[in-house]
Design a protein around this ligand. Structure first.
Ligand code: PRP
Length: 183
């Protein structure tokens, strides 16, 4: 889906699919360099990370494996509570592995903060985070993120894996959702 297909639902395009692709190519090259000679396991967090997982690893030139987790945060709908339930755990034993957690967005940071301590307790050889988007103004806890695509304003954004009520994940660009849609 292109922004033109849902034009009246969007108030601004923050990053086009071309800009996202160009930034991902830079990050992929950085990861290839940083992990030269080591096998990387990318851990994606469903559902939002599906687009960035697919695009990031195809830009990489070294071997990479992937696995997925599905989590659900307890608490009231739109706000992260930081208490997380694992709905689907990894199929891989990450002990001794070089793990990069791949996220579409870091908002409050609460989800990743929980996830990182959970994964760290499994004794990976290394554990880092790659997030396509981050909202610094929304942070409630600092999470050390090694690779960030773009820092974005604290607005309701959709596209490139990010949804509103299940929709807009398949929008190619990252856009601010118009207030009349979510109010
Ligand atoms: C989003 C996103 C992160 C989390 C970030 O997932 O993918 O996992 O929220 O928010 P936080 O930093 O405030 O904790 P969401 O719960 O919307 O599920 P989804 O990926 O299936 O859309």
């Amino acid at each position: 889906m292109d922004a033109a297909d849902v034009k009246s639902d969007l108030s601004e395009i923050l990053y086009t699919s071309d800009q996202i692709a160009a930034r991902l190519a830079e990050i992929a090259a950085e990861i290839d360099r940083d992990y030269a000679g080591r096998d990387v396991l990318l851990v994606g967090v469903l559902n939002g990370a599906i687009m960035v997982m697919a695009d990031l690893q195809r830009e990489m030139t070294s071997h990479v494996e992937m696995d997925w987790m599905a989590i659900s945060s307890y608490g009231s709908g739109t706000q992260s509570s930081g208490v997380v339930r694992i709905l689907k755990d990894l199929g891989t034993d990450i002990e001794g592995r070089h793990v990069i957690v791949v996220e579409d967005i870091i908002d409050t940071g609460l989800t990743l903060s929980y996830l990182m301590s959970n994964l760290a307790s499994r004794n990976p050889a290394s554990l880092e985070i790659m997030a396509m988007f981050r909202k610094p103004a929304a942070a409630r806890i600092e999470v050390p993120v090694r690779y960030v695509g773009f820092e974005i304003p604290n607005e309701f954004v959709v596209g490139y894996g990010l949804d509103y009520a299940g929709r807009y994940r398949n929008l190619r660009d990252l856009a601010i959702l118009a207030p009349h849609v979510h109010h």
